[in-house]
Design a protein around this ligand. Structure first.
Ligand SMILES: [Cu+2]
Length: 342
């Protein structure tokens, strides 16, 4: 009989995750047996009042024993705490050379975009052995992107980008699930990630993936189309003008707002400023820009627009090759609270 306790471990993260998981399991079993065994032994030994056991001079306490049963579990708990915290933090800290893939969740499917313009539905093709960073957002309700074989799961929420990364280690096909109950057809919201050997992945890219359009456009090119369609450049030119501030070399730079606060112009800031310009006006400007709705610019198109704005220049402080959407979930949450009510 082939009894499988865990799904296959197909990412770097999975190996460390499993070590921690089995360590906690072993600890639990060990202490259950020790405490249960002592309990059982004492219960049997002293089971009735007339058993011939000396009950006089029962000890009230034993300092060495008490220190031991306090300090040893404390140390073990701290070990589990630091070990799991390390893994938790590493989930959002992608290496600089990670390849970006963008994921959009909607009832009830996963939409995937690669920077080279390849788009996929309910499928994600990745090369083996390369770090992949996912930037995710939902178009409607809260979802969660979950690949058990990679031990990878994070919430995909409306109103802000979330990120996580992984390095797949074994070519193969692995299930994608939505791990957040998101409506009637939640259970059908799934798909597959295909981990391909490098050469095969290159071939897949050259063939244009499983195309929805014959000639792939890069995300930035698709973003420029939207930029042109809404004539964004008429107010946001190469230089600041009286209608609007320039967006050249905006990405990742510091912006002074009307209310005196200074913010970093990251992906969330740009997205917010298009869907809800009034919320964070740039210092020196009146609120003359009308907000864009998701019917006009969908979440999918928004990612393209942001990629295009990056091509207008990234502030020098930007670490090369990264998408500096603030990885700290707390900062993001406070900066986007208005979104849910829009
Ligand atoms: Cu879902």
């Amino acid at each position: 009989m082939n009894l499988q306790i865990q799904p296959e471990a197909a990412s770097e993260r999975a190996v460390e995750h499993d070590q921690l998981f089995f360590f906690i399991t072993a600890l639990t079993i060990f202490f259950t047996v020790v405490v249960g065994g002592i309990l059982l032994f004492l219960a049997v030994k002293y089971r009735c009042t007339n058993s011939k056991v000396d009950r006089s001079n029962a000890p009230y306490h034993n300092t060495r024993l008490e220190v031991a049963w306090s300090v040893i579990p404390l140390l073990l708990a701290m070990l589990v705490f630091f070990w799991s915290t390390k893994q938790f933090i590493s989930l959002t800290n992608a290496p600089k050379d990670a390849t970006d893939i963008f994921v959009i969740g909607k009832q009830w499917m996963w939409h995937v975009q690669h920077a080279n313009g390849i788009r996929e539905n309910n499928e994600m093709h990745v090369p083996v052995g390369r770090p992949i960073r996912l930037t995710m957002i939902s178009q409607d309700v809260i979802h969660a992107f979950y690949i058990p074989e990679f031990r990878l799961q994070w919430q995909v929420v409306p109103g802000r980008y979330t990120q996580m990364w992984f390095t797949p280690t074994k070519p193969g096909r692995y299930h994608i699930f939505c791990a957040m109950h998101c409506g009637a057809q939640h259970s059908e919201m799934g798909g597959y990630v295909y981990v391909l050997p490098q050469a095969e992945f290159q071939q897949w890219v050259e063939n244009g993936g499983n195309r929805f359009q014959p000639q792939p456009k890069t995300m930035a090119e698709a973003g420029k189309q939207i930029w042109d369609k809404y004539a964004c450049g008429s107010c946001h030119g190469p230089k600041d003008n009286e209608r609007g501030p320039s967006l050249y070399a905006l990405f990742n730079s510091k912006r002074k707002l009307k209310n005196g606060v200074e913010v970093v112009a990251d992906a969330d800031y740009i997205r917010d400023s298009i869907y809800n310009p009034a919320a964070r006006m740039t210092a020196g400007y009146e609120n003359t820009m009308s907000p864009y709705t998701k019917e006009q610019i969908s979440e999918e198109q928004m990612l393209n627009v942001i990629e295009y704005i990056k091509t207008l220049g990234i502030a020098p402080s930007a670490p090369s090759g990264t998408t500096p959407t603030t990885p700290d979930p707390l900062t993001l949450r406070t900066s986007n609270e208005g979104d849910m009510t829009r």
